[in-house]
Design a protein around this ligand. Structure first.
Ligand code: CP
Ligand code: NVA
Length: 316
């Protein structure tokens, strides 16, 4: 039986901000350890007889498959509960869902529209609740991202990460993670789509609390934001739930793209990340897909390893 010597048993993952820098790094190191063991053919069956409940209000490829496979590889199982099955907060109260599911499963991973649903589930759940994406944050994505950066760059501290585009859920979680892990975070967004001032304030407060010295800066001029960046990261212009704004956003975000032109102002070895799904020709040029600087597919694979690291911490 694997013994990773550290546990965050029972901890909720509502936000990146639920984790101190040390706790965050423990998840990453556990993920790295489990990945290394998997590559040598060793499977750590730490969850025999245990079950993860997965509640989805929105579609998913990476999150649903990586959590399902993570539980399988760790000897447990996962149950997918789609939008029509639970109908969170509509068919019955969130409190009842939390109490009932807590009697069946050992952790609940949930993807929702409104972030308040995650807070409410966590309030009533007797098992750990994991945010698998809300309109405010996407912490599971960021565990995988930081693992990917660490693998490729050998460090996190002092790196400059530039986010291209919408001040959305992924950008919020990245800003919070950067602030607590010592990366400098910039974002280049059109007017009206910036990071919310309170998000910047929270991230800066975290940088101060944890003495990381991280900067968190907002720009409208994308090239200013990306100058000398070690990592450029983007996400769709219109997130799930914003489909009605798609056409308007396509006009407003024009030019907020990772392409060869933008990479002229970054460090020459800048790493390209995208949480996926991607809209090629919008936020990322199609030729970036096979660019040697792209780590997008390893980044997607690392969702699996990061999920295992997180589950191993909060469910053991
Ligand atoms: N990046 C990510 O969360 O992908 P899915 O929406 O496919 O889960
Ligand atoms: N910002 C995107 C991320 C998808 C993984 C969304 O919420 O749709």
């Amino acid at each position: 039986m694997a013994n990773f010597g550290y546990s965050l048993k029972g901890k909720h993952t509502r936000s990146v901000r639920d984790f101190t820098p040390e706790e965050f790094m423990r998840v990453i190191y556990t993920a790295r350890e489990l990945k290394a063991r998997q590559l040598t053919g060793e499977h750590c069956k730490i969850f025999e007889g245990r079950t993860l409940g997965m509640v989805f209000q929105k579609p998913s490829l990476r999150t649903v498959v990586s959590f399902q496979v993570a539980m399988n590889q760790l000897g447990g199982s996962a149950i997918y509960l789609g939008p029509d099955q639970i109908n969170l907060g509509e068919r019955e109260t969130v409190e009842d869902v939390a109490n009932v599911l807590s009697g069946y499963v050992d952790a609940i991973m949930v993807r929702v529209f409104g972030h308040h649903l995650i807070e409410e589930l966590a309030k009533y759940s007797r098992v750990p609740v994991i945010n698998g994406l809300s309109d405010f944050e996407h912490p599971c994505q960021i565990f995988g991202d930081m693992l990917t950066i660490l693998e490729r760059k050998g460090r996190l501290q002092g790196l400059k990460l530039c986010f291209v585009g919408d001040g959305n859920n992924v950008a919020n979680s990245l800003a919070f993670a950067a602030a607590r892990l010592g990366l400098n975070f910039t974002i280049g967004s059109p007017v009206g789509y910036e990071l919310k001032p309170e998000v910047i304030q929270m991230a800066l407060a975290d940088a101060k609390t944890f003495c990381t010295g991280s900067k968190v800066e907002q720009f409208h001029d994308l090239k200013e934001a990306a100058r000398d960046a070690d990592i450029v990261y983007t996400d769709v212009w219109a997130s799930m739930g914003q489909e009605a704004e798609k056409v308007e956003r396509q006009k407003k975000f024009k030019g907020y793209i990772i392409d060869q032109e933008l990479l002229k102002v970054t460090k020459p070895d800048a790493m390209i990340l995208h949480c996926l799904p991607a809209h090629y020709g919008e936020e990322i040029a199609a030729d970036m897909q096979l660019d040697p600087r792209s780590a997008v597919y390893p980044q997607a694979e690392n969702r699996l390893h990061a999920q295992k690291g997180l589950l191993a911490m909060v469910m053991r």
